[in-house]
Structures are given as C-alpha cells and as structure tokens.
Design a protein around this ligand. Sequence first.
Ligand SMILES: C[S@@+](CC[C@H](N)C(=O)[O-])C[C@H]1O[C@@H](n2cnc3c(N)ncnc32)[C@H](O)[C@@H]1O
Length: 267
Amino acid sequence: MIDDLCKVVIAELDIHTFVETGLFEGETISLVSRWFSELHPDFGDIESMLLSESSGVNPWNTRIPFPIFAETSKKSEYQLISVELDEERAQKGRALFDNNPNISIVKQSSEEFMDIFVDELSGKSEKREGVFFYLDAHWNEYWPIKEEIQAIDRLDQYVLCVDDFFVPGRPEFGFDVYQGLPCSWQTLSPWFRDSEVQIYYPFRSNRDNRGWVLIFKGYSTQSLSFLDSLPLWRWKSWKSKSNPQELRREARRTLKTIKKMLTGRRN
Ligand SMILES: C[S@@+](CC[C@H](N)C(=O)[O-])C[C@H]1O[C@@H](n2cnc3c(N)ncnc32)[C@H](O)[C@@H]1O
C-alpha cells in the first residue's frame, strides 16, 4: 500500500502519470485516484464512495473504499495505470474503475508493459510531464523488478517508489527477499546503469509495517528541497560508475544487517 507522503511528492512535482505494477485489490489505485481528483478537477469528480468487501492482506487492514466518479468524467492529461498479471484481479479492477476514463487497468506482466510504455514515452516529441512509478508486482516465482527498473531507467526523468524495501538502519520495517535477493538498494543498484539518482528513505514504515524508498532521476536539488520538510531522509545522490567502492561498502553493510536480522528471526 502506498504511503500518504507520496501524495505530497505527486503534488509538488506536478506528476501527470502514475503507473503501478501489481494491482491486487486496487487499494493503492483507489487512494491515488482520490488524490488526483482532489489535485486536478479535470481528472474526474467523485460522486460517492463504495465500501467494498475486500481488504488488504493484514489482519488490521480495513475494508477498501472505492470512489465512484461522475459520469461526466472526461479524458484528462492526468492518468493512472495499474498493471496486473492475474486475470481475475485485473477484471475486478476494471469493473471498479471503469467509471473514469483516466484510470486504466492493464492485464499483462509488468516488465512487458514497462518496456513498451517507456518506448512510447521516450518517442514523444513534446515535453513529457512527470511520471511516478510505484513498483509492487510480486508474490509469484518470477519477480519482475529488474526488468521494470531497466526499462524505467531508459527515461531521463522519473520518480520511482519501491514497496517492501529494506531501509538501512531499520530492519524491523518489513522487506521482501526473493530467491535470496533482498529488495534493497544493494540488489537494485546495478540495474540503474549510468544514472545519477537521488535516494530518500522514510523515517517510518508504511501502513502495512513495510519499508519503502523513493528514487528520483532528472530532478534538481532545488526542485526536491520540499522533501526536507517531510519525514524522509536523503541517503545520497548515487552515480553508478563513479563510486564502485562505496557501492561495495554499502553492499557489505546491508548484507551484514540482513544476515543478523534473518538469524534473529530463526532463533
Ligand atoms: C502486493 S500485491 C499489490 C498490492 C497493490 N499494489 C496495493 O498497493 O494495493 C502484488 C500483486 O502483484 C501481482 N503480480 C505478480 N507478478 C506480477 C507481474 N509479473 N506483473 C504484474 N503483476 C504481477 C500479483 O498478482 C498481486 O496482485
């Protein structure tokens, strides 16, 4: 589930397109569609809310409210897209959001979608507006995050939020481990190739007690200064080729903490 702090990022950076990978029950898309409706009247007016029978995966999660948009909602320049591999979940999501033409639910494996989506975006000659990617497609044997990132990183500007992420110094925030690979900067960093990115971690876990991260590419320090007033801390600006030693040091530190944590869990 996306954290509320992302709403500030979306507003401040005038994000026009929000792309989620992994829809599940549509909780994040429901929330983000409410943010977009509030921030941009032409995205669609919410007429009422429907309290569904679905809830998230944790016992403390409550039933998910879905907005019902006015029939007059028209195509706007603000768009939400969620990509889901599971046919049933995608169909259910389409039914919930088909009252707004600015919300698209795509049934596809996310790395395939991302490859095509980024190509189309890169080919646009006019100025591209801000894009926010929220990566949350997992649970199956194949974890698409490497291919998702490699596609996204072909863009020269983006905001990327990864859920279930290892936050340094806060191993108690939940994070995923797939086939021995923790969802952490140590794992992801080689997939950014030559990019220079700014990395921000949260001081708090999200609603599901999970860690997460925000990664920015192509934004000036000044345009990101609003982040200083949020409960986020700037890890560093990271440039792949310039600091291999730092990367190795960071990898060793992260692995040590994760090993300690996993051993602790088993005891
Ligand atoms: C953690 S849930 C997503 C939760 C959702 N983002 C939210 O915040 O409410 C993970 C979802 O990813 C989907 N998924 C797994 N592998 C995928 C893939 N390769 N492409 C797209 N979706 C995938 C699963 O079917 C599942 O619905």
